[in-house]
Design a protein. Structure first.
Length: 126
């Protein structure tokens, strides 16, 4: 009976010690995490303050005057077939981003052909 009491007391002491070590480790990890979050918040607030300072130094009257002088074209909307400006590229094809861009296949293919002719003479390609 005394052996089981001693074993249970030792087990209880070990469990308590392990619990305290775990709590201490967790407390240290949380403290480091909060310090990191504070540093990140401080950097972000400094960057925001710099951006706001830059925005405050802009002469908005000159900027507004410049924007009013520019010829703004609206994207979209309706334009009659005769009013549309023809693009140099010819047919519109989607690029890798999905946007429609003019195709320059004639210019590109002749340029590529010139490069091929420079690198590989006619007798080597056959």
């Amino acid at each position: 009976m005394t052996a089981s009491v001693i074993i249970s007391i030792v087990a209880l002491i070990l469990m308590t010690a392990i619990g305290l070590v775990i709590a201490n480790t967790l407390s240290g990890a949380l403290a480091k995490a909060f310090l990191t979050l504070e540093r990140i918040d401080k950097r972000n607030s400094e960057a925001l303050q710099k951006t706001l300072d830059r925005l405050m130094t802009i002469d908005w009257e000159k900027f507004a005057a410049l924007r009013s002088v520019e010829d703004e074209t609206e994207e979209g909307g309706f334009s009659a077939p005769g009013e549309e400006e023809e693009e140099e590229g010819g047919q519109l094809v989607p690029n890798f981003l999905g946007r429609m861009v003019p195709s320059y296949t004639d210019d590109v293919s002749t340029e590529e052909q010139m490069l091929l002719n420079e690198d590989f003479p006619e007798e080597v390609r056959r």
